[in-house]
Design a protein around this ligand. Structure first.
Ligand code: HEC
Length: 161
């Protein structure tokens, strides 16, 4: 009887914890992401974008043009995963603790996510030309936001003073 009671109590405690944590992460509620913006850029967005940019292309060699493209199912999966990571990580940029404002920042973050999504679709079709074109749109989407908010040139210029 006693054991049953303790079990019952701990079940209640557990339910309380579950319902509390559910409350915190329910849709629409802001949640905290522990990475700093530069960490999110360097550790998540940049490697994911590099994985997309490096996967498809053409290089001219002395023997003619060489195609760079995924060759195995595993390489296609890796490319798809990079594009999906980029698409979702761009959504994170819209969180309160990253967003610099509620207007243009949101547009740039959303635009990047959309470009990554279009690239993801091209990857699923395995259309090399389209992947190449859409992944350069990703590059533009990064640059557009950086020009407005990161101001790398100004920072580099002031650190050279
Ligand atoms: C919505 C805006 C936005 C988008 C989109 C964006 N970035 Fe950034 N990024 C920033 C800002 C702002 C900084 C500067 C952060 C700072 O210095 O505090 C930055 C900095 C960086 C840095 C340098 C971090 C450092 O160590 O100083 C890298 C690398 C980077 N971004 C990569 C990317 C790549 C790759 C993409 C696209 C796939 C991208 N970013 C898209 C806003 C954005």
């Amino acid at each position: 009887m006693m054991i049953k009671k303790i079990r019952y109590l701990s079940l209640c405690a557990l339910l309380l914890i579950v319902s509390c944590s559910k409350e915190e992460t329910s849709p629409g509620k802001p949640f905290y992401s522990p990475l700093a913006l530069t960490e999110l850029m360097n550790w998540v967005l940049d490697p994911a974008a590099d994985g997309v940019w490096g996967a498809v292309g053409w290089i001219s060699t002395s023997k003619g043009e060489k195609v760079i493209a995924p060759r195995t199912e595993e390489e296609w999966d890796t490319l798809r995963n990079h594009a999906a990571t980029l698409m979702e990580a761009s959504n994170l940029l819209m969180l309160d603790n990253y967003a610099k404002d509620n207007k243009e920042w949101m547009y740039y973050a959303n635009n990047l996510s959309k470009k990554a999504q279009i690239t993801l679709q091209a990857i699923q079709k395995r259309d090399l030309d389209e992947i190449f074109i859409t992944s350069s749109d990703i590059d533009t989407a990064c640059e557009d936001c950086h020009k407005k908010y990161a101001k790398f040139e100004e920072k580099a210029a002031s650190s050279n003073k």
